[in-house]
Design a protein around this ligand. Structure first.
Ligand code: NAD
Length: 232
């Protein structure tokens, strides 16, 4: 199992206190997705959307990595092959746990993006719609996150890495946001072993060769310890 690609979602950060989207008291039960996570919502009410992400940014800065993030950082350090974490999460908990090979396919809450010129920079705690871009001066500042209806980042590179994987692992994702939900089929079709670690079987659980249910803070360290023990 030299080459491992790991996809994760909101479930891996749930025990760090960052709410998931679709669970019973998830974020979408409190906010209207169309209003806060689409380009159309931003065009209608940029102040509301910036306020929503300012709150997400504050939550992120106040959270700490949990045992699942730490275990993946350990895996990257100790595994003799390649580890790539592809995350749908916009938080920076993997980086703070020590992982280096992390691709944020849905962007990063701690980064800002100029919709006019594409320049990116570190986001301040509070962003406002009329903040000027430090590169071009346009008042087109937005959070550097991928909204519904937008194309996720790094898709070509991610698909390539999935076709090269010996093992594909999905952690804490409900399997109903595409294209990430289709990654298991791509990896399996190219010959990878597949494993799902989630609180409950996801919508795509039947596509995995193996599934384990439980909290990420237990499942992930156990899986990492088992894998590293076998590599000895
Ligand atoms: P989701 O809310 O749709 O699904 C979360 C999944 O995690 C569920 O299947 C749930 O059963 C599982 N889960 C919940 N607690 C868990 C735990 N302790 N251990 C293991 N599994 C657990 O989230 P998703 O699939 O990531 O949805 C996609 C969208 O949510 C992405 O676009 C992502 O950007 C966004 N999101 C990100 C964050 C973050 O950055 N931390 C937080 C919320 C949502």
């Amino acid at each position: 199992m030299r080459n491992i690609v790991i996809l994760n979602g909101a479930g891996i950060s749930a025990e760090s206190g960052l709410g998931t989207f679709r669970d019973q008291d998830g974020l979408w039960t409190k906010y209207d997705l169309e209003e806060v996570a689409t380009p159309q919502g931003f065009a209608r009410n940029p102040t509301l959307v910036q306020g929503f992400y300012n709150a997400r940014r504050a939550n992120c800065r106040g959270a700490s990595p949990n045992a699942a993030h730490t275990a993946l950082a350990r895996l990257e350090t100790e595994h003799p092959g390649e580890i790539l974490v592809v995350t749908q999460n916009i938080d920076d908990l993997h980086e703070r746990a020590g992982s280096r090979a992390v691709w944020h396919m849905h962007g990063e809450i701690l980064r800002a993006l100029c919709a006019a010129c594409g320049h990116r920079w570190d986001a301040p705690d509070e962003m406002a719609p009329d903040d000027p871009c430090p590169a071009c001066g346009a008042a087109s500042t937005r959070p550097d996150v991928v909204w519904f209806g937008e194309v996720p980042y790094l898709m070509e590179e991610i698909c390539y890495r999935l076709t090269q994987a010996d093992l594909f692992v999905s952690i804490g994702t409900s399997g109903n946001v595409y294209p990430a939900a289709g990654f298991v089929e791509l990896a399996r079709g190219a010959g990878a072993a597949t494993l799902e670690l989630n609180l409950e079987p996801s919508d795509t659980a039947s596509a995995f060769a193996e599934t384990r249910q439980g909290k990420a803070s237990q499942l992930v360290p156990d899986w990492v310890a088992g894998l590293l023990a076998r590599a000895d």
